[in-house]
Design a protein around this ligand. Structure first.
Ligand code: SF4
Ligand code: SF4
Length: 160
């Protein structure tokens, strides 16, 4: 696992209920240059978080703010969400990003590519997995979060 470089994408893309922050919105504690203005008081959801790039020691050009995509595992399901930055709607087609998507699928995961709350643009699945099953699993993951008071990913939640 490598150190988070503070690119700020995880302060913008996910919903963070503890902060009343919706998906794809600026956190009120985030400065213009994407530094946390409330670092010592930031909620547990922020303290415990590391994106797929940071957890997996990926190359610098795959950093979310550089490649335009932030990957996230959906808790308890073999599904990854690939969140596109709004100004990079085609970032998932870049060869380096496609390489990650292909790797995840070869490992038996499905990948849901989205660019905003409830905006799926593509669902990619391993052979034998139906898109409808993936979408049902995401609904289940969101239901688990509601019931358990927990979260879909790392104390944050997704809407894909
Ligand atoms: S998206 Fe990843 S690299 Fe960027 S601030 Fe969040 S954890 Fe750090
Ligand atoms: S509280 Fe700080 S670390 Fe958490 S989302 Fe807001 S700016 Fe980011």
């Amino acid at each position: 696992m490598q150190d988070c470089v503070g690119c700020g994408m995880c302060c913008y893309i996910p919903e963070i209920p503890e902060l009343d922050k919706e998906c794809y919105s600026e956190c009120s504690k985030c400065s213009d240059d994407r530094l946390c203005l409330s670092y010592d008081q930031r909620p547990e959801a922020c303290k415990s978080y590391k994106c797929y790039w940071a957890v997996n020691d990926l190359s610098d050009n795959l950093r979310p703010d550089k490649c335009g995509v932030m990957f996230e595992k959906v808790e308890n399901f073999p599904i990854y969400a690939a969140f596109l930055l709004p100004h990079r709607p085609e970032a998932w087609e870049e060869p380096n990003v496609l390489g990650i998507i292909e790797l995840l699928i070869s490992q038996g995961n499905s990948v849901v590519i989205g660019n905003g709350p409830n905006k799926q643009i593509l669902v990619l699945t391993p052979i034998g997995i139906e898109v409808s099953d993936v979408l049902n699993d995401i609904k289940l993951a969101q239901e688990q979060r509601r019931v358990n008071g927990g979260s879909v990913i790392h104390n944050r939640s997704i809407h894909v």
